[in-house]
Ligand binder design. Structure first.
Ligand code: HEC
Ligand code: HEC
Ligand code: HEC
Ligand code: HEC
Ligand code: HEC
Length: 155
């Protein structure tokens, strides 16, 4: 399934967002309607109380982060979150520490993809990827020379 079906803020807002119970029920009112694993989803629908998903990725309040800009500039979900489609329980794939952010902000080139491919899992770069990445820096208007300034992430 496309990530945006459930995380529908990811292209337009700072938050990716988590799906409402009704999103699950578009399919599960017909599929696996009695599965034990889906009991909390049925209970949530019946009571109108949202499911309390356990967050695994967070940065402190004093850090400014925005999903939409990364998606626009060719950084994939997989690059920051790992292969979530292979995780029986969602877990944090990277530290999300300042050093981790800076590691990419100092030199984003090797992490870029054509923006149309950012939602793909298990992406394999084409043979001419180095040339594509050189072009993307210009086409996407990326400025590594200012990306490590403190105010970018602390406003
Ligand atoms: C059917 C709906 C659905 C789809 C499709 C979906 N997700 Fe999720 N995702 C969820 C739900 C519900 C959670 C919260 C439960 C959990 O963490 O396991 C979640 C959690 C996550 C988290 C962890 C959030 C956190 O910090 O706690 C990440 C990262 C994530 N999804 C990425 C993705 C990516 C990338 C894709 C596309 C490849 C995707 N998801 C597709 C429903 C979905
Ligand atoms: C577009 C349709 C669709 C949506 C929306 C959807 N699912 Fe599913 N779900 C499926 C399908 C299809 C399967 C069976 C997959 C398989 O057997 O490989 C499944 C399987 C499951 C299972 C495993 C059931 C079992 O007993 O093995 C769980 C749990 C589940 N979904 C939870 C959720 C939750 C929670 C949401 C909302 C965040 C959700 N699903 C949204 C289609 C959907
Ligand atoms: C540049 C790295 C990066 C990329 C790319 C990225 N994320 Fe995230 N994601 C984060 C960070 C950092 C957080 C924690 C944000 C916070 O605490 O405000 C997060 C949090 C989340 C969450 C938890 C809920 C929320 O809204 O914060 C979900 C779900 C999620 N990401 C899904 C995705 C999906 C789907 C994609 C691809 C379309 C994606 N992310 C791309 C770094 C990234
Ligand atoms: C894998 C690469 C990568 C990682 C990891 C990453 N970023 Fe970025 N980030 C980028 C790129 C590329 C841009 C776009 C820069 C530009 O347009 O010049 C960007 C832009 C931003 C911007 C917007 C700057 C503006 O112009 O307003 C913020 C804020 C930001 N990142 C915060 C973070 C934080 C916080 C983290 C760590 C939690 C992080 N990023 C991790 C690649 C990354
Ligand atoms: C690309 C994003 C990014 C940039 C640029 C950045 N930081 Fe940070 N910074 C972070 C993140 C993410 C954290 C939170 C780390 C954590 O939770 O461990 C952080 C944490 C901090 C902290 C708290 C450290 C602690 O131990 O609690 C300080 C102080 C700080 N940054 C100062 C700076 C200064 C000064 C600059 C400029 C020289 C800077 N940062 C540039 C992302 C960034």
């Amino acid at each position: 399934m496309d990530c945006r079906y459930c995380h529908n803020g990811v292209e337009t807002s700072s938050l990716a967002g988590l799906p409402a119970t009704e999103v699950c029920m578009t399919c599960h009112s017909q599929l696996f309607t009695n599965a034990d694993m889906l009991a909390p989803v049925r209970a949530s629908l019946a009571s109108g109380k949202p499911i309390e998903w356990q967050r695994v990725n967070t940065v402190p309040d004093f850090v400014f982060f925005n999903h939409a800009i990364h998606i626009d500039k060719g950084i994939a979900c997989e690059t920051c979150h790992g292969e979530v489609d292979q995780m029986p329980l969602t877990m944090r794939a990277h530290t999300l520490s300042m050093e981790w952010c800076l590691g990419c902000h100092r030199n984003p080139g090797p992490n870029l993809r054509p923006p149309k491919d950012v939602f793909l899992m298990h992406w394999r770069p084409p043979a001419d990827i180095d040339e594509i990445r050189r072009q993307l820096i210009g086409m996407l208007d990326i400025h590594p020379e200012t990306m490590t300034d403190c105010y970018v992430c602390h406003r």
